[in-house]
Ligand binder design. Structure first.
Ligand SMILES: Cc1cc2nc3c(=O)[nH]c(=O)nc-3n(C[C@H](O)[C@H](O)[C@H](O)COP(=O)(O)OP(=O)(O)OC[C@H]3O[C@@H](n4cnc5c(N)ncnc54)[C@H](O)[C@@H]3O)c2cc1C
Length: 362
């Protein structure tokens, strides 16, 4: 059956300019979808043509191959924000194409708690459920109540509740078992009008204390989060030489508590961990221990500012791999593999990357 070629379809569009890392070859086809109907029509066309489909948001969590993408890149730009009161809470529903940080700014300025620690994160609303976006002890699974999707298997629209999203640490069904199955159309977050801000992280506490703030408001927390992030090049600033990244390249590994202790003991025995200094370790789900990937990477001898060709480790954040200017996707991936392999060889820990790879094996 022939399906009409979508209006506005472009060909051979460079993806490097559409990703914050600034790498990646061309999309064979590219379409900006401003409505659920145009996204559905374009997806149906790609299926009929036998083309693979890549859904694109803000491009801040993607590493695209230098060869580009051989199918249709569907840029989901569905806009619109709707606010409804419900049982003392506020339900904020935003189109997948709404930029994330302005939505957080609005929630904070209205006095709605629940997303204030997620200030300064780039990207669009539609990607937030993908990896259960989180920072400073808060993540979107705490507030998401509904995700409206287009199921590419059936062509039908559906609603998923929080349980249906199967969220985990930087994880969800959208990123894992149902990768590529759904186009997210809009997301509903349930926020707490007049609620207290969340302050769970030492970095954030220190920043607020340094400003003499003892009882922070939502706006104080937003400002403090952005200040801390800026120091780590974790907000996109056109003047920052570390700006081309995907944020943290690796997730913090979770290991059995006994294994964490073994690593710490071994480091102490070999004299690399002085008495009185502890290895950063935090309780995680199911009795596990979350370690700091950045700390482990530094113990392998890799350091901020380390370069491999045109790719490097951010001078402000060990966990961020940056395109220092003119890097290829291959260079970025080669450096990321070096980091992964060094941590594996030194500690026996397999670092798991955070971004989504398109046309690349990691
Ligand atoms: C400087 C910097 C700091 C960052 N800090 C953080 C942080 O603190 N915490 C954090 O969790 N992340 C962080 N990130 C990663 C990134 O910003 C988030 O993961 C963000 O949610 C990605 O949004 P995006 O719109 O750019 O998604 P994209 O990069 O465009 O896409 C990411 C994935 O989501 C899929 N996708 C996108 N939109 C849709 C949709 N509508 N429907 C279906 N699938 C979709 C894509 O196919 C892809 O698989 C950071 C990135 C940068 C560059």
């Amino acid at each position: 059956m022939s399906v009409t070629r979508p209006a506005g379809l472009a060909e051979s569009v460079s993806l490097s300019g559409l990703s914050t890392l600034g790498v990646g070859g061309p999309a064979r086809y590219y379409l900006r979808a401003g409505s659920a109907a145009s996204a559905a029509a374009a997806a149906a066309w790609a299926r009929a043509e036998g083309l693979p489909l890549l859904v694109l948001g803000g491009g801040s969590n993607l590493v695209v191959a230098d060869e580009g993408f051989p199918g249709l890149v569907l840029h989901v730009l569905v806009r619109g924000v709707d606010v409804a009161g419900a049982n003392g809470g506020v339900e904020l529903t935003a189109g997948a194409g709404e930029p994330w940080d302005p939505l957080v700014a609005r929630a904070v300025s209205e006095g709605w708690a629940g997303v204030e620690c997620l200030s300064g994160i780039p990207g669009l609303v539609g990607a937030t459920p993908m990896q259960n976006v989180g920072a400073y002890g808060q993540d979107v699974s705490e507030t998401i109540t509904r995700v409206r999707v287009l199921d590419l298997r059936t062509g039908e629209r559906e609603e998923l509740g929080r349980e249906g999203c199967r969220f985990g640490y930087r994880d969800s069904r959208f990123k894992r078992e149902d990768r590529g199955r759904y186009v997210i159309l809009d997301v509903t977050y349930r926020l707490r009008p007049g609620g207290a801000p969340s302050v769970k992280y030492a970095d954030l506490e220190r920043q607020l204390a340094a400003q003499g703030i003892r009882t922070p408001t939502l706006a104080d927390v937003r400002r403090a989060v952005i200040d801390v992030r800026r120091r780590k090049s974790m907000v996109i600033d056109p003047d920052d030489p570390n700006r081309r990244s995907v944020g943290s390249f690796f997730m913090n590994p979770v290991v059995p508590a006994g294994r964490a202790q073994q690593i710490e003991d071994a480091l102490r025995a070999e004299g690399t961990l002085p008495a009185g200094e502890r290895m950063p370790a935090f309780p995680a789900a199911n009795g596990g221990t979350k370690l700091s990937a950045a700390w482990l990477i530094e113990r392998t001898g890799l350091h901020r500012g380390y370069r491999r060709g045109n790719a490097g480790i951010s001078t402000n954040h060990t966990l961020a791999i940056v395109n220092c200017g003119g890097a290829t996707a291959q260079e970025v991936v080669a450096l990321a593999r070096e980091v992964r392999d060094r941590v594996r060889d030194r500690f026996g820990i397999a670092l798991v990357p955070e971004p989504v790879f398109v046309g690349l094996e990691f």
